[in-house]
Design a protein around this ligand. Structure first.
Ligand code: C5P
Length: 413
């Protein structure tokens, strides 16, 4: 979803500017075109040469450069992009943006653009907490500016708290999930129907966990069930973001699809897609990944008969989306694919992960569920359990979407 996107990246003067180098590299790896504008402050942290080398384009920083204006005026620069990304967005540039200042090239471009804007704030925790910054961010959000992060954590200044710029992977996922200028990005649009105006997040497919640049750990998930759920929710009018591992399926119509490979990328993409009214985690996320993915292809040595790989736990996306907090979706639905003790394991899972509903399905080989077209599901909720008959995965998706619509129509507790 990043292929051929035109991103104008505005780099402001914060210590996190070094992370934008990684962001540019990853954007370009995924086929996006990146052009950079930097503020005078940003020059203190990264050089125009590094930005230009990584973006493969000229870096713009001077509002009054006759050469630049002759090549590409600042108005054209601002209009030539699908999405403007300000990263790091310092307290200063957020304030200037909120008040419509145009006192350098960066802010002039933000004021002149017809493209949407995404900001990744980065600053000291007290500066972030300051009512002035909070008011500026609220004003920008009201005007439709998308915000990713900041994260909690240790800061370069020695303090701890919110203010660290979101990781490049999370910014990348937020860019991929952003619709951009009309038609440029994935089109998660809300339509008519019982879920009109609701936002839904669905995960689907397997994950691929790199062992080295050419090998990975994966599983047999086809993504059929997750994709069918995304399509069913969209048919009922929800604006759906589908975060999917590698699958051989067409994108469901009217759904914003964010392709990812690993569990960690899926987690970041899911959080970037919030807020949502409902999240359905149908992906078969790998529980483990290689502790150290080798930078080069692993070679076998003469006479070598065994290879030991150390695996480490992946984040649990369902548990993370279910954790209490202001961004928790009102309804979180997980799947329990079991080969034995179906209901008991599924009930345990619901409690352990903190989700609201569990769709329990038997995936033992005899059922042909994995990769097949049919599914036999038990829906487990606090209100009670329902045993559904063996149904097509599309029919399972329709039923689930209908249950979700009924529940979201009730007043929230
Ligand atoms: O723990 P288990 O894999 O059996 O749980 C299945 C449910 O948890 C599914 O809804 C799956 O999408 C979700 N899950 C997840 N992240 C993981 C593992 C599972 O979201 N790392």
């Amino acid at each position: 979803m990043l292929k051929d996107r035109r991103i104008l990246l505005i780099v402001a003067g914060g210590i996190a500017a070094y992370k934008t180098l990684e962001l540019i590299r990853r954007l370009r790896e995924q086929g996006a075109r990146v052009r950079c504008v930097m503020t005078a402050g940003a020059r203190q942290f990264v050089t125009p040469l590094s930005l230009s080398a990584l973006s493969g384009d000229k870096v713009y920083d001077d509002l009054f450069s006759l050469t630049d204006e002759a090549e590409m005026g600042h108005i054209q620069l601002s209009r030539d992009a699908d999405l403007l990304v300000v990263a790091p967005a310092t307290a200063n540039i957020l304030a200037r943006m909120a008040h419509g200042l145009a006192d350098d090239l960066a802010t002039t471009v933000v004021l002149a653009t017809d493209a949407p804007v995404l900001v990744a704030p980065a600053m000291n925790v007290r500066m972030w907490d300051h009512p002035a910054t909070q008011a500026n961010v609220a004003l920008l959000r009201d005007r439709g500016v998308a915000v990713v992060g900041p994260d909690d954590g240790d800061m370069a200044c020695g303090e701890y708290g919110p203010g660290r710029m979101a990781e490049p992977q999370a910014i990348l996922a937020a860019i991929a999930a952003h619709p951009g200028k009309a038609g440029a990005g994935p089109d998660a649009v809300s339509g008519p129907g019982p879920l009109a105006g609701r936002r839904a997040l669905v995960t689907s497919g397997p994950t691929h966990e790199a062992i080295d640049p050419v090998r990975y750990i994966a599983n047999h998930s086809s993504g059929k069930q997750g994709h069918a759920i995304a399509a069913a929710l969209a048919r009922l009018g929800a604006a759906v973001t589908l975060v999917t591992g590698p699958v051989r399926l067409a994108d469901p119509p009217g759904v914003a699809v964010v392709p990812v490979d690993s569990a960690r990328a899926m987690l970041d993409a899911c959080h970037a897609a919030l807020p949502a009214d409902v999240a359905v985690c149908a992906a078969a996320v790998a529980d483990w990944r290689a502790a150290d993915s080798a930078p080069q292809k692993l070679k076998k040595a003469p006479g070598q008969e065994t290879l030991t790989l150390t695996l480490t736990r992946n984040p649990d996306i369902l548990a993370s989306l279910s954790a209490p907090g202001p961004r928790r979706p009102r309804l979180v639905v997980g799947f329990a694919a079991e080969t034995e003790r179906l209901l008991a394991n599924a009930r345990d899972k619901r409690a352990r992960k903190g989700c609201d509903w569990i769709m329990a399905n038997d995936v033992s080989a005899a059922t042909g569920t994995f990769g097949g077209d049919r599914n036999t599901v038990h829906l487990i909720r606090t209100e009670g359990e329902e045993a559904w008959p063996a149904l097509d995965k599309t029919a399972v998706a329709e039923r689930l979407a209908t249950r979700i619509a009924e529940t979201l129509a009730e007043p929230s507790a």
